[in-house]
Design a protein around this ligand. Structure first.
Ligand code: FEO
Ligand code: CA
Ligand code: CA
Length: 516
């Protein structure tokens, strides 16, 4: 599809909105209190629009308890609220950069250091004197890391083992209705490699963890549930094995917990798990989407008997979910990343970041409306909410969050090597955007932040009162080749450090606070 067609469709998408307006945001946009001249930027700084400010909450290397430091490349953020001013926060640490954390030489000692810095951190965060502060010595603080022992839920054994060593490639995640964290294993083939089931060929990694820890590759690529209070972690085979970006939970009208998850790989799929009940994931059905036909296809040997030609057991179907999805004719999508459910309409928004093979360099945001607005339905309608591109002023949508007024917040992930170049030139560094989904500005994209050099803004998470947005600044200076000459020196002025920040300000409150 060419760009004009893309923008024309975007125009159609926008004008089809007719929901009630959001007066505060409309006046905010119309009086242009968010300066349009601030962006785009290629500056090595976290730049915010007028009326927004930030302060750092915690950075890579900060001691969280006697044994653990805050890991590298902070990503997804969620929390269990203890009160409006006290949170048990979970932060993913997606991957490391050996040059910064260990050393380029592939020794066991270096690999061990890296495994200690991925996974996630549980940290206590409190609001004191109107600022959120990390509580250094709180007993709840702990790392759940690449070497932390855990199990498969429900007694399941994968490759003959119920126990598994650690979690890695923790991208986005979710929060269950029973107050536990979900962390998603995405690109685990980059940690432990991948077997081709048909040819038996093994694809090695660059980081060579498998050299020292030749674990079954099938032990990774799952959704991991973490108990906020104890740090106890279990991997859920029922939610399937693929490059899980996120695991967004919602309880359906009929009382089933539904988990939406995208597989962030070129030409892979959109999934949802419908749990039998509303208190665990131990029984239920994993579906994959055919977005052209609007059908959820069950990845289940009994409900889709054609799978029996390719798989002997249901665990095999779940373990090789990508292969099973292709057998069922699931739609190949342009790298599904984060997923969020609109708090008013129930529509499901999915970031499709881009596709090289389908000539889609800027990506789009897909909207799925479940039949009868029931999240456990087996049919739906899908349409594009917004296309990326020069007209919409964003490219490569990745992380999403809704505020309580139904505004969609989105951060972009143009890869470091492409930022500021060629077709990506006009977008500047990666950014944070807010997009009204109703009223006369529905679909208008307003940029509110620009990231430091090479960085991506991830993990969008609003505080309980929505007056603060917690945000991960991930991989600043990622393209650094020489530590004495890093490509970014944010936020220290010297060495780049992945950091979680708290964003606040009068303009943020105008957008997120209830107007009625
Ligand atoms: Fe970890 Fe798909 O981003
Ligand atoms: Ca992502
Ligand atoms: Ca990304």
């Amino acid at each position: 599809m060419n760009n004009n067609r893309r923008e024309f469709l975007k125009f159609l998408g926008v004008t089809s909105y007719s929901l009630a307006g959001i007066s505060v945001l409309e006046s905010l946009v119309s009086c242009q209190s968010i300066s349009p001249n601030t962006f785009p930027s290629l500056e090595d700084d976290l730049i915010l629009a007028d009326g927004f400010n930030y302060y750092p909450l915690i950075s890579w290397g900060d001691q969280i308890n006697k044994y653990d430091v805050f890991g590298f490349n902070n990503d997804y953020i969620t929390y269990k609220p203890l009160s409006s001013s006290e949170l048990i926060m979970w932060v993913n640490h997606e991957y490391t950069h050996p040059l910064f954390v260990s050393g380029l030489e592939r020794t066991k000692e270096n690999v061990d250091k890296e495994r200690r810095l991925v996974g996630g951190s549980i940290i206590k965060v409190k609001k004191i004197d109107r600022k959120w502060k990390f509580q250094k010595d709180d007993p709840v603080n702990r790392g759940v890391r690449g070497d932390t022992p855990m199990t498969f839920a429900n007694g399941v054994k994968v490759k003959g083992l119920n126990t598994v060593e650690g979690t890695c490639s923790n991208c986005a995640g979710g929060f269950t209705p029973w107050n536990t964290f979900l962390t998603c294993e995405e690109n685990t083939h980059k940690n432990y490699g991948e077997h081709n089931r048909k040819t038996g060929k093994f694809k090695k990694t660059r980081v060579e963890w498998e050299k020292f820890y030749p674990h079954p590759v099938e032990h990774y690529g799952w959704v991991v549930e973490v108990d906020p209070d104890t740090g106890k972690a279990q991997k859920h085979t029922n939610l399937g094995r693929f490059g899980h970006e996120s695991a967004t939970c919602i309880t359906s009208k009929s009382g089933h917990v539904v988990v939406y998850s995208g597989d962030d790989k070129e030409n892979e799929h959109l999934y949802k798990f419908v749990s039998k009940n509303n208190s665990d994931f131990n029984q239920g059905i994993l579906y994959v989407a055919n977005t052209e036909q609007g059908k959820w296809l069950p990845l289940d040997l009994e409900l889709s008997p054609i799978l029996k030609k390719h798989f002997k057991t249901q665990l095999e179907v779940l373990t090789y979910a990508r292969e099973a999805s292709k057998v069922l004719g699931a739609t190949e999508l342009n790298r599904p990343e984060d997923i969020e459910v609109h708090p008013h309409t129930g529509d499901v928004y999915i970031a499709l970041t881009k596709s090289a093979s389908k000539d889609d360099p800027f990506g789009s945001i897909l909207k799925v409306s479940e039949s009868a607005n029931d999240h456990s339905a087996t049919s739906f309608k899908a349409e594009t909410f917004l296309f990326g591109g020069e007209l919409s002023k964003f490219s490569c949508p990745d992380n999403l969050a809704f505020d309580q007024n139904g505004n969609l917040w989105m951060s972009s992930d143009i890869s470091g090597g492409a930022i500021g170049k060629g077709k990506y030139k006009s977008f500047g560094n990666n950014g944070l955007f807010v997009i009204p989904t109703s009223g006369k500005n529905a679909g208008n994209v307003i940029q509110v932040a620009s990231a430091p050099v090479d960085a991506e803004l991830t993990g969008l998470s609003f505080s309980p009162d929505q007056k603060t947005l917690f945000l991960s600044v991930q991989h600043p200076g990622e393209r650094t080749k020489d530590l004495s000459n890093p490509t970014s020196n944010w936020p220290t002025g010297n060495m780049p450090k992945p950091t979680v920040v708290a964003i606040e300000g009068a303009e943020l409150e105008k957008i997120t606070q209830r107007t009625k």
